[in-house]
Structure formats: C-alpha cells, structure tokens
Ligand binder design. Structure first.
Ligand SMILES: Cc1cc2nc3c(=O)[nH]c(=O)nc-3n(C[C@H](O)[C@H](O)[C@H](O)COP(=O)(O)OP(=O)(O)OC[C@H]3O[C@@H](n4cnc5c(N)ncnc54)[C@H](O)[C@@H]3O)c2cc1C
Length: 327
C-alpha cells in the first residue's frame, strides 16, 4: 500500500480552489494504489479549521503546520516542510497545483528530494511502476505524454484541469512544525498585492467572459462586464491586443504571454482566436465564441459559435442569462 501526498494551497486563511483539485487528483491515484491521501496545509494559526473541507474532498490525513510567520508563502520554509514530509512519508506520488505558488514550490521540492517532476499536467495516471501524464505544449496545439519512473514522483496539475469533487474521508488532523525556522528564511514575502479590474480571480472563476478588439474601445467593455455580472460567478479577461492598448489591466490578459485558464465556461467576445490567445484558454471545458466573421479561428475551438454583431448579441445574451438566474 502506498500513500499519495497533496499540497493544499491557501491564501489569506482560505483554501484555494486548486487545493481541492490537488486533493481530488491525489484521491483518484490513492484509490488506484489502495492507499491514503495526506494533505499538507500550511498557514497562520487558525488555518487548521480548513482541514475538514480537505477531508470532504478526499484527504484521509491533513498535516497542519501553523505559524504566525507563515500567513504568506515562504519558498524556503514551504519547500523544507513539504520535502521533509514527502521524503520521510514513503509516498508514491506528490501532487502540487501548477498555480503561481505551486510552480515555484514543486520544482524546489523535487530538487531537494532529487526526484523527477512533471509540471503543468492536465491529467495523469499510474501505470505499473510509471506515472504517465499529459501536458499541453506548442501553445496547446500538441499534447505531450510524459512517462516517468522513480519514487516519489512529483507532479503539478494545471488549475481547472481536474475539477474538485467530494469523496469524504476522515481528514484526521496531524499537527506539525515547520521544518525550517521562518525567522531564518532568507526570502520573506512581505506583501501580496491583488490587481484591480476583476472581482473574481481568473484562476478561480468557474466562468470567464473575455473581450477583444472587436469591442472597438475601452468603454464598450461594459458589455463584457454586464454579461459577467449576469452570470454572477464570472471573471473578466482580455486579449493582448486590448491590454497592449491600455483598455484593460495587463493582469487580465489571457494567452501564451498572459494567464492560462481552464474555467468550466469561456465566453469569447470579439476575439479572433490568434494562436497565442488560444494557448491560454483552449483547455476550458466549454467555449462560446461571438464573432461577426464566420471564418474567425476562434470558431475552430468553440463548442458553440454565434456569428453576429457583438453589440446586438451580447446585450441579448446578458438579458437571457439574467432571466435564467432569476428563475
Ligand atoms: C509573442 C506574442 C505573444 C502573444 N501573446 C498573446 C497572449 O498572451 N494573449 C493574446 O490574446 N494575444 C497574444 N498575442 C497577440 C495575438 O497574436 C493577437 O494579436 C491578439 O490575440 C488579437 O486580439 P483580438 O482577438 O482581440 O483582436 P483581433 O485579432 O483584431 O480580432 C478582433 C475580432 O473581433 C471581431 N469583431 C470585430 N467587430 C465585431 C463585432 N462588431 N461583432 C463581433 N465580432 C467583431 C473580428 O471579426 C475579429 O475576429 C501575442 C502575439 C505575439 C507575437
């Protein structure tokens, strides 16, 4: 019997969606192995209250590390603590999110342990003594299959690729101390600044409504915002054409040189579907495109396409979404 480790990312005392996704993916692997899921939760005192939620997602054990100096991510302390646990726990596999934090943390942990890492996977499974994972490359046009052996294997999972599910387990809490004194860390994260412009984080939102140059000018982004508000759980994204022109904050840019997102629903408004944009959103579960050019490349990846003038289509769509939510 081999157990699986999952890193449960939190921010500001709250679990991030990717924490539940990592535990969900770890649960599937542990079930295949007949083992347990052990989730590591690090934060300021009080973070342990979130252990129950991780249990519901499938964690048998939640290792809670609380320290007043660990309210924010600390690369050295988190690396030392995760590596010590993974190294001593006899785990077959360790699952991290490929979020900004996870992309910093997982290679550090793999390097300390001297083991293999496969990053930004959209799925993976255990096949005999190997882990086989899939990772989109070449701006998402190619999916590379990676197969690697060695224990423990470290993987990071693209946010949104494995939807969080419920698979209730005990979530037994084990208190632990940081493996490195936070006061001795050379790097201290002193502040976390969230950018204005989008109410919901693009990485967390189940729905993204994104706008492109077809909107003609910054003020018309109001149409995109109203549609996002109608959904109630949507974030607003943009193309680089739009962020370069200063219509939207660069932090909302989606694509090869912006954010990579995998929401349940992606609504592309007046976006041509350049390859660099597709690289950031083609793994969304359902894609809806609104464009007046029926030959626009965005329609090649869209599940639903509306050929029409966005200035007519979007207000009507907003109205329909509002009506649906009212009933
Ligand atoms: C190295 C590099 C990296 C890049 N990285 C990114 C990136 O990360 N993200 C990104 O988005 N781009 C990126 N780009 C830019 C990319 O190549 C495109 O230029 C950009 O995505 C185009 O944005 P757009 O779709 O908003 O604009 P356009 O390509 O101008 O498309 C506008 C669309 O709106 C439609 N339209 C116009 N009026 C209406 C209307 N009234 N109703 C309905 N539809 C209408 C048009 O038919 C058209 O299809 C990168 C480029 C390079 C070279």
């Amino acid at each position: 019997m081999a157990n699986v480790f999952a890193f449960a990312e939190s921010r500001g005392g709250e679990l991030r969606k990717v924490a539940l996704e990592a535990v969900t993916a770890a649960r599937a692997a542990a079930d295949a192995l007949g083992g347990e899921v052990h989730a590591l939760l690090i934060g300021a005192p009080g973070i342990g209250a979130k252990a129950e939620r991780l249990g519901r997602a499938g964690a048998d054990v939640v290792i809670v590390v609380e320290h007043p100096a660990l309210e924010r991510y600390s690369p050295e302390v988190f690396t030392a603590t995760a590596a010590e646990r993974i190294g001593s726990g006899g785990y077959r596999l360790a699952v991290f999110p490929a979020s900004a934090e996870g992309r910093d943390l997982s290679p550090r942990v793999a390097a300390v342990l001297g083991v293999s890492l496969a990053s930004d996977l959209v799925s993976f499974e255990l096949q005999g003594d190997a882990v086989v994972g899939r990772h989109p490359t070449h701006t998402g046009k190619v999916v590379t299959t990676v197969r690697f052996t060695g224990t423990p294997a470290v993987v990071s999972l693209r946010p949104g690729a494995v939807p969080a599910a419920e698979s209730p387990r005990a979530g037994r809490v084990e208190q632990a101390a940081p493996a490195l004194d936070p006061g001795a860390a050379r790097v201290q994260v002193t502040a976390l600044t969230s950018r204005a412009g989008t109410k919901l984080d693009l990485g967390e939102a189940p729905v993204i409504v994104a706008g492109g140059r077809g909107l003609r000018e910054a003020a018309n982004f109001r149409l995109v915002e109203e549609l996002a508000d109608a959904f109630g759980n949507a974030a607003v994204g943009a193309t680089r054409a739009v962020t370069d022109d200063g219509w939207r904050d660069p932090s909302t840019q989606i694509g090869q040189t912006g954010r990579i997102v995998s929401p349940n629903l992606y609504v592309a408004v007046g976006i041509s579907g350049a390859i660099q944009h597709l690289a950031g959103m083609r793994t969304a579960r359902t894609i809806v495109a609104i464009n007046r050019d029926r030959d626009a490349p965005i329609f090649k990846v869209a599940d639903y396409g509306i050929v029409g003038d966005l200035f007519e289509v979007v207000p009507r769509l907003t109205e329909e979404v509002r009506k649906l939510r009212e009933h």
